[in-house]
Design a protein. Structure first.
Length: 125
């Protein structure tokens, strides 16, 4: 009876890893409160850019699914607009002048492309 249960040991090791990650990354200590598993927390803390990129990819792929497979242009454009807004916010976030200008260019270009896509006629056979 001198050994603690295996689940308790795994929980303690996981908490130790999370605490080490938190100490190594100041400003990211809040992720421990998300209730994620240790692997997901580590991915979120160590690779936030990858997570943002994957989220944007999922949004744009879902819009493609709506537009190409379901043939719902209005839904695809609405989905892509929110993806474009998220991309613009990601570019502008620190708030430096060059990033704000780049965000404006990306947003205006994206809206223009959405308008062209939405107004394009699809040939019916």
């Amino acid at each position: 009876m001198g050994h603690p249960p295996l689940l308790f040991i795994r929980a303690q090791i996981g908490q130790g890893i999370v605490e080490v990650l938190k100490m190594g990354m100041p400003g990211r200590a809040m992720t421990g409160q998300l209730g994620l598993t240790t692997g997901a927390e580590a991915l979120l803390v160590l690779h936030p850019t990858l997570i943002r990129f994957l989220l944007l990819a999922v949004i744009f792929l879902f819009g493609y699914l709506e537009g190409a497979v379901f043939e719902k242009r209005d839904l695809a454009c609405a989905t892509w607009f929110w993806g474009l807004a998220a991309l613009t916010a990601w570019i502008v976030y620190p708030g430096t002048a060059i990033r704000v200008y780049a965000g404006i260019v990306v947003f205006v270009s994206g809206v223009f492309i959405l308008i062209v896509y939405y107004r394009r006629r699809v040939p019916r056979f």
